[in-house]
Design a protein around this ligand. Sequence first.
Ligand SMILES: Cc1cc2nc3c(=O)[nH]c(=O)nc-3n(C[C@H](O)[C@H](O)[C@H](O)COP(=O)(O)O)c2cc1C
Length: 186
Amino acid sequence: MTIDEHPVDRTIRERRTSLLVDRDAPVPDDLVDLLIEAATWAPNHKRTWPWRFTVLSGDARGRLGRAMAEAGTELGLDPAKVEKLPTKYERSAVVLLVWVRLDGDDVRRREDRDATAAAVQNLLLTATAHGLGNYWATVPDGLVPSVRAVAGIDDGHDLVALVYLGWPTGSVAVPERPAPAVTRLR
Ligand SMILES: Cc1cc2nc3c(=O)[nH]c(=O)nc-3n(C[C@H](O)[C@H](O)[C@H](O)COP(=O)(O)O)c2cc1C
């Protein structure tokens, strides 16, 4: 089988974690809505639909960064990192937060997070297919409460991904994929 047989094969391989994007070129709300709708087609055991989304653009990106910087200072985080926070989220036109509702049951909580990670990948692949640059980032645990406060999300939810979205201005190197360990039992 060649990997170019189907468009999905190309999209999966073309998706790149990249912040080489135009911070100002607007990303239409309709397109962001399409990505979010694509996310909801992820497999989801018990059909709990555990995800929530927060879309930040314009001034909201700076509000997020300033709140995180304030929290970072209070927590005594590395000043060099804190200094960057106020403008950090203005590097892409849209910042999308993906949250998962925290179920009281251990197994369900794990499955819901897995489903939400799958939802994020759907979102990234759909962004890639529409020519939109994207980048999945982690927010350090200590800063999540400040993100939650800006987004107005209660502590019954955890942050799974912060996704930068914007129109590409360049391309990044393609990281090698080591061959996976595969065992075939027949
Ligand atoms: C759960 C998760 C968290 C990630 N967090 C970060 C991050 O905080 N910073 C970062 O540079 N990349 C982050 N990444 C992206 C990976 O670094 C990236 O996927 C990896 O380098 C492979 O590159 P590729 O996505 O272009 O194939 C994250 C990816 C995942 C799945």
